[in-house]
Design a protein around this ligand. Structure first.
Ligand code: BGC
Length: 777
């Protein structure tokens, strides 16, 4: 059970608690309590062993391909969370004996997780146990565990078995060679394992410290070296009432780390640096390292916190939970890596990046941490190699971005087969890698938004223009001429709604593609006007005259689905011929994908039923395409047919409803976003948290209720709090200047905390704010 002790004390809206241990519910807590720093993520699997645990240690960028029949994925590094305690010969585990006063709490303020309990051994003797953990935000390579055990009913002999365990896999796929294992100076454990295909050396260095009632202890100790395992066994006598504390510190380095990029000695350097780092970490000890990490988190919150005054204190916790995960999902200074759909919190989606990044998460970074946003777009720039490869393989021009992306030059990595088909009993083919193509226009949209907010000309010159032009070249080759319509059309795609395959003229895809082409034409105009080195380079690469001609010819005659007499924009050709079915059982199932119990893909494709927002995402991204009444009609029409079986759906509905003045509906969808990872359905996050949903929660608060929107090159702020909220305060960065927006009831204030003036459109009125100035309306 998850519990939110909201309102009970001051810090309650920072805390997420698990109040009892249930062996069947481990997955969710492992994911939502996951700790990390963007470089690595460590799931919160418990120290002792249980059936159903998933111990994951994932390091950004270390992708490996297990064999030719699989796509690459983030490998699961050897585990360091294991810590087996034998108390007078009896293994501590909560599925034996009796557990009382159990709590496991994630404190979002410092990113720390603490578990405490009283355990009664089957023979009746009681022990107090406390486990704490951090993954350092101050030094991304460091993580630690501190375990404390106090025998309450008599002296005890405690035996510890713990180490670096390479016997983990990614659901069965072993990504590492056996590796090099050794103990150095009788104290430091080293395991260096190399991935089987990508040849990335991953180095783990671990060391222990022991204390008896606060005094450093030197126990009897044996090294243990076994197949894919390196550890220690230590034995202690612990008098009744005294506390044995075990600190386990680990340093993770890999040859893929940014600092070794391109170095031929990367593996040796990673191992040497890892050893030096664990030596110094061991000197400092758990307490100091945890404190340093806490300080780094405090600095993050100081800048990033969003404060929500709501009748329902859970809202505040939810927003902070999203900010916490947004802060640990990607290494923000590494342009070689993207954001996985599950971040680094689990094996789901194999660490691959989707459109989730550009459409759901990137806006958060663009508007709060533009440097990180630039790094994410630089990742797409580096991905042009794979995008061009994909275009060529499919017979197109330009750059066609992979639906799923991993390492920069991997190209398309979407798997070909999924779960079981209820009708045929065979695995379902996954077509998204081939025909879900809007991702290319989504990346261009990300570039557009970044430029509008930051005005970062250097980025455009180095990366942005080239992305816009080459993606537009793809679209110009992708549209085909339809004689009957007298227009260019896009046939055979999957739009955002993945419950519809092989559709023609998906409205979202067509409009976004045309937007992409417009951006490319503007880019070439800009470059011609400004002249200079970038223009010369890109003109030599693309031949602007030919490029303009090809793109404009298609763009001007591109088919764009229009609203019918009833105001509804067809999601794709022939949409209204689909059968309407009763969706009540699936809307109320409390579980995503319930419709698959009754129908297979082929059947679902024939119904008016949607997995997620599709046409509505378009209406949100392109505010001014359709008048308000058309948006309202489409909102209610499509929402009634949408199952929200993707975590990407509810936030779109929340923001759009807020825009349309449908406050209560907007708030209901905001609450729905809370259910995705923090809700009572304990199975939903087993494979990792939903990173797009974290970005979506930010969008609900800032776009939806904060009323923030980037229109052209202007920042509009027109807040409209839901009934349950009386206050909202959030940071923004506009043109490099930090702002803080505070909304109280109907009053909105914007403070310019930067050094240069900024212009904002506050509640429809143009307002220039000098440095340090606050405007209120
Ligand atoms: C959704 C996609 C999304 C992917 C990764 C799928 O279930 O339908 O829109 O990109 O998950 O989050």
């Amino acid at each position: 059970m998850l519990k939110y002790d909201l309102g009970k004390n001051e810090s309650a809206d920072w805390l997420i608690a698990e109040t009892d241990f249930d062996i069947d519910h481990q997955g969710k807590c492992e994911a939502i309590f996951c700790q990390g720093n963007g470089y690595l993520g460590q799931r919160a699997a418990l120290e002792e062993k249980y059936v159903g645990q998933t111990r994951d240690l994932l390091v950004t960028g270390t992708f490996n391909r297990f064999d030719a029949q699989e796509v690459c994925e983030l490998p699961n590094l050897p585990d360091v969370t294991n810590l087996d305690l034998r108390l007078d010969g009896a293994y501590f585990a909560m599925d034996r004996g009796r557990t009382e006063q159990y709590s496991r709490v994630m404190d979002l303020r410092g990113g720390e997780v603490t578990r405490s309990l009283i355990w009664t051994r089957p023979d009746g003797k009681r022990f107090r146990l406390v486990f704490e953990r951090f993954v350092s935000l101050a030094d991304e390579h460091l993580l630690g565990i501190r375990a404390a055990v106090t025998p309450l009913d008599g002296d005890c002999e405690a035996t510890l078995d713990s180490g670096i365990d390479g016997r983990v896999t990614c659901t069965g796929s072993q990504h590492f060679h056996e590796g090099d294992k050794r103990m150095i100076d009788g104290r430091f454990l080293r395991m260096v394992s190399v991935t089987t295909q990508s040849a990335v050396a991953c180095c783990l260095h671990t060391a222990f410290r022991y204390f008896l009632d606060g005094q450093e202890a030197e126990p009897r100790l044996w090294p243990v070296i076994d197949r894919r395992y390196l550890g220690v066994k230590a034995v202690f006598r612990v008098p009744r009432g005294q506390t044995l504390t075990i600190e386990k510190l680990t340093c993770v380095t890999t040859a893929r780390d940014l600092q070794y990029d391109g170095r031929p000695d990367a593996a040796e350097a990673a191992a040497a640096d890892g050893l030096a780092a664990i030596r110094s970490a061991w000197e400092k000890g758990y307490g100091v390292l945890a404190k340093e990490s806490r300080a780094a988190w405090a600095a993050f919150w100081e800048k990033a916190d969003i404060r929500v005054g709501s009748r329902n204190p859970f809202d505040q916790l939810l927003v902070r939970f999203a900010l916490y995960h947004l802060n640990i999902m990607v290494k923000k200074d590494d342009p070689r890596v993207g954001i996985g759909a599950k971040g680094l919190t689990g094996e789901g989606y194999k660490g691959h990046s989707f459109w989730d990044t550009e459409i759901f998460i990137l806006p958060y970074f663009i508007l709060t941490d533009p440097k990180a946003a630039r790094s994410l777009l630089a990742y797409r720039y580096k991905g042009l190699y794979g995008a061009r490869k994909k275009a060529k393989e499919n017979g197109f021009e330009g750059a066609m971005y992979p639906w799923e992306a991993a390492w920069i030059d991997d190209g398309e990595v979407t798997p070909l087969w999924g779960s079981a088909d209820i009708v045929t009993g065979k695995p379902i083919p996954i077509l998204t890698g081939m025909i879900e193509q809007h991702i290319t226009a989504d990346v261009a949209f990300g570039v557009q938004l970044y430029y509008a907010v930051t005005g970062d000309q250097d980025f455009m010159d180095r990366n942005g223009y080239e992305i816009l032009i080459d993606t537009a070249r793809f679209w110009a080759s992708r549209f085909t001429w339809d004689e009957a319509r007298g227009a260019y059309v896009i046939l055979d795609v999957i739009g955002p709604d993945e419950y519809k395959e092989h559709v023609d003229n998906n409205a979202y895809t067509n409009y976004m593609a045309v937007n992409n082409m417009k951006l490319a034409l503007q880019a070439m105009d800009d470059l011609d006007r400004r002249g200079g080195e970038t223009r010369e380079r890109l003109n030599a690469q693309f031949d602007f005259a030919a490029c303009r001609r090809d793109i404009a010819a298609v763009m001007e005659k591109a088919y764009l689905p229009k609203p019918g007499a009833d105001g509804i924009v067809p999601q794709f050709d022939g949409y209204f011929d689909l059968k309407a079915i009763d969706l009540t059982p699936y809307k109320t199932a409390g579980q995503v994908g319930a419709i698959y119990r009754d129908y297979n893909n082929e059947q679902i494709c024939t119904f008016q039923v949607h997995k997620q927002a599709d046409t509505l995402v378009l209406m949100l991204l392109m505010d001014d395409l359709f008048p308000k009444d058309v948006k309202v009609r489409n909102y209610y029409f499509y929402e009634a047919r949408t199952l929200h079986d993707s975590s990407l759906s509810k936030s779109t509905h929340c923001v759009l409803a807020a825009d349309l003045g449908e406050d209560a509906t907007a708030y209901r969808f905001f609450e729905g976003c809370g259910g995705i990872d923090l809700g009572p359905n304990m199975g939903t996050s087993d494979m990792g948290v939903h990173t797009a949903s974290m970005g979506g929660i930010w969008q609900c608060a800032v776009y939806g209720f904060g009323g923030v929107r980037v229109v052209g090159h202007e920042l509009h702020i027109s807040p409209r709090l839901p009934q349950a909220w009386d206050r909202l305060s959030f940071p923004l960065v506009w043109r490099g200047q930090p702002l803080r927006v505070t909304v109280e009831g109907r009053r909105a204030a914007v403070e310019n905390r930067g050094a240069s003036p900024v212009e904002v459109i506050l509640k429809g009125e143009k307002t220039v704010l000098a440095a340090g100035e606050t405007a209120e309306r």
